[in-house]
Design a protein around this ligand. Sequence first.
Ligand code: ADP
Ligand code: MG
Length: 623
Amino acid sequence: MDAKEALKVYFGYDSFKPGQGEIIEAILAGKDVLAIMPTGAGKSVCYQVPAMLLPGITIVISPLISLMQDQVKALNEAGIHAGYINSSLTDAQISKVYAKAVEGAYKILYVAPERLESHDFIDFTERIEISMVTVDEAHCISQWGQDFRPSYLKIVDFIDRFRQRPVVSAFTATATEEVKTDISCVLKLKEPKVVVTGFDRENLYFDVEATRKKGDYVLKYIKEHPDDSGIIYCATRRNVDALYEMLSDAGVSVARYHAGMNNEERKESQDDFIYDRSSVIVATNAFGMGIDKSNVRFVIHYNMPQSMENYYQEAGRAGRDGEPSQCILLFSPQDIMINKFLLEHKDFTDIPDEDIETIKQRDARRLQVIEGYCRTSGCLRNYILAYFGEKREAPCDSCGNCHREFTEIDMTEEAKQVINCVYEAKGRYGLSIITGTLLGADRARLKEVGATDYKTYGALKNRSEAELRLLISQLIMDGYLYQTADRYSVIRMGDIDRLKGPDTHIMIRESKNKDAEGQTARQRSRRSTDKLTKAGYELFEVLRRLRLTIAREEGMPPYIIFSDKTLIDMSAKAPTTKASMLNVSGVGAVKYNKYGERFIEAISLFLDERPNSVTSIVDIKSY
Ligand code: ADP
Ligand code: MG
C-alpha cells in the first residue's frame, strides 16, 4: 500500500491537502520533519499515514489526555490500531497496553510527555521496534509559546537513548520564529525538512462587531443559527457564568467551562459539547486545547482577547472540517480595560525578575495589535495575515470589513479641538471626561473638575459621542495622543508636531448600514449546505439523526463517526451502492464496513418516499 492508498482506505480522502504529500514523503524517506500548519490543515494525517506504512510503532507525544482519547477513538474508528498511555489509566491497564504493544497490537501509541521519564516506559520501549517519534503540539516545547510544558524538554533525552534513532517529526500551528527555532534546537532535529503552509483559513469568515449589547447579540445569533455548534469565549469566569445563566434562561442548550469548576464538572461540560448534547459552550480560554471537534460552526469572542496569537488560535477552532464557519469578535472599549487589568494581575511566580519587564512590554505590544484589529476598517483577514508575516494586497472579500461600506470624513478640525481639550485637561483625565467636555455634557463631575470652564467645553457638541470616541481612538493609534496603561488610563499629549503641517488630514472611516451587511454575513454562513437542494437538506437532516443514533449506541462523539462535511457530500451524492458510497469524501473502507449499509438504507428509504428527488444543485453524481 502506498501513502495515497492509505489515505483513501483509512480516511476516505482522495487527495492530500497542501503540505501533506511532501511531509509524508520525507518521513517515509527517513528524514526528520518540522511542519507548521494552521489548525484544521490536517496535521494528524501527516504522521498517521506514514505510521501505517512504517514497519514498527509510532510514538506520538501529545500534551492533553482528552486530545489523545479523541484521536485514538477516531483512529480505531478508521480501522487503525492505536492506544494511549496516560495518567487516566491504572497501573494494571498500563501494563496491559505494554503487553499488547509488545505483541504488535498497535501501529500508533499516544503518550503524555511525563511518561517518557518513567523507567517502566523506557524498559518497555526497549522491547518494541519504534519507527518514528512524533511530537504533536510541538510549540509546548518553547518558553515563548503560550502553552509551555517543561516536560516537553525531556523528549530529546528520550530520543537520544535509542541506539537506532527513529525518525522524529514535529507539528505545530504556532508560526513565530522564536517557537520554530526552539522546536528545531531543543528537539535536536537532524537536517529536518521544514514545511510551512500558508496561514490563511479560507473557510473562516472574520468579523468584528462594535457593540455594547453583547448578550443580545449572542442570543440573536444563536436563535438565527439553531443547528450550529459553537464556542463563546469570555475573558473572565464571571462573564462565563453570567452569559451561561442568561442563555440557559432563554432556553438555549448550553454548557460552560472555566478553571473555577472542578475536574468532574469540566469534563462533563466538555463531553456535552463534544457529543452534541449541548450545541453551545460558554468558556474562558482554559477551554479548547485538545478540542478536535470538527463541526464547530462559529466562535464568538464575547471580549477582546489579549493577543492576536490567542485570538487566531481560539477562533481557529471553528471549521476544522473546512466548511464555512464564522469567527466574530464583539468589541467594546471596556474590553481594553479588562485586559489591562488582567495583565496587571498576571502571575509572575517562577519567572526570573529580569524577564518580567520584557514580558510586560511584549504583552502591552500584543494588546495594541489586537486592539488595532478591532478598530481597523481594512480587510480583517489581511490584518491577521500581515501580523503573522504574510503580505496580501487584495482585500479578501470574505470578512466583515470587506462587506461593510465605509465613508471617509475629514475630521482634522475636530482633531485639533480634541487635542486642545487634552491640553486644557493637563493629561489628568480619561476618555469619559474628555468626550463629555467636548460634547458639552451636563454632568456634575465636569463641573467638579472645572471642565465646564474650558474653552473646548461644548466645542464639538454637534458631533455624536460614538464619532468622538472613534476619532480619539484613531488619534491614539496614530500617536497624536497617548493613553496610559495604568488603571486610571488618562489621556495625554502624544506627538502632535505632525498635525501642524498644512497637508496633514485626519480622516475617519465610518461604517454604514451594518445591519444590511450583517445579513450578507448570515447568508454566507449557510453556504456549507448551498450545494444541497431543499430535498438534499432534508436528507442531510435524516443522515444527521442517523449519525446521532449511531454515536449514542457506540458512545462516540458524532463527528468521529462522520464529519459534517462528509454528511453534506453524502447528501449531495445520495449514494445507494457500495461503490458510490466509497466515492463520498471521508468514507474509507473500514468506516464503510461499519456504517455504510445503514446509511445506504436510510438514503434508499428517503429516495423511495420521494421518488425522482434531486438532492444536489450541481450534478456531482456524474463525477
Ligand atoms: P490539525 O491537527 O492540523 O488542526 P486535523 O489533523 O485535526 O488538523 O485535521 C482537520 C480536518 O481535516 C479533519 O477533519 C481531517 O479528517 C481533515 N482532513 C485531513 N486530511 C484531509 C485530506 N487530505 N482531505 C480532506 N480532509 C482532510
Ligand atoms: Mg492537531
